[in-house]
Design a protein around this ligand. Structure first.
Ligand SMILES: [Fe+2]
Length: 165
């Protein structure tokens, strides 16, 4: 996947030009999920950098498109796990995902129609993402761990990384 991580531009937690510095307070305690959240955080930081360094609207739209695409992938992974593990909060969590996707699509549409990406918009995205991580996802973690999801992994396949094998 083309993203900040694959390009080797993972956001470093230094300097003031970082919208969301990654730190342990953003970890939910499951490495696979943390890695995916970190891709989303990196994309937002990349968007922030593109705005502050005036890379132009095409660059910003490209990053927003990758954000939308990766958000869909991440939500699908979470929803699949919830279904497989019979998570009781599945329906509610899925509804939150749908609202979040709708918000980011709406934003993408506005920007595509010429709306300027302001700092207000960036901060909206920042709280959009941190709320998902800190409020929604923290809820399922104890349940996932109790159902055998691994907190960390060494093996390569994503199923191996998620389940004890
Ligand atoms: Fe998540």
């Amino acid at each position: 996947m083309e993203n900040a991580v694959a390009d080797g531009h993972r956001t470093e937690n230094k300097g003031s030009n970082v919208l969301i510095p990654w730190n342990d307070s953003l970890s939910v305690g499951i490495q696979e999920i943390d890695e995916q959240h970190r891709v989303l955080v990196d994309l937002l930081n990349e968007l922030h950098r593109a705005i502050t360094e005036h890379h132009g609207s095409d660059a910003a739209i490209g990053i927003l498109d990758r954000l939308v695409e990766y958000t869909r992938i991440h939500f699908s992974v979470e929803e699949s796990l919830m279904r497989v593990l019979d998570y009781p909060g599945y329906e509610e969590h899925k509804q939150h995902h749908e609202q979040l996707i709708e918000q980011v699509y709406e934003l993408r549409g506005k920007v595509g129609n010429g709306k300027h990406i302001s700092f207000e918009l960036l901060h909206f995205l920042k709280s959009w993402l941190t709320r998902h991580i800190l409020e929604d996802d923290r809820d399922y973690v104890p349940f996932f761990l109790s159902r055998g999801v691994k907190a960390s992994y060494e093996k390569r396949s994503w199923l191996d990384r998620i389940f004890h094998r």
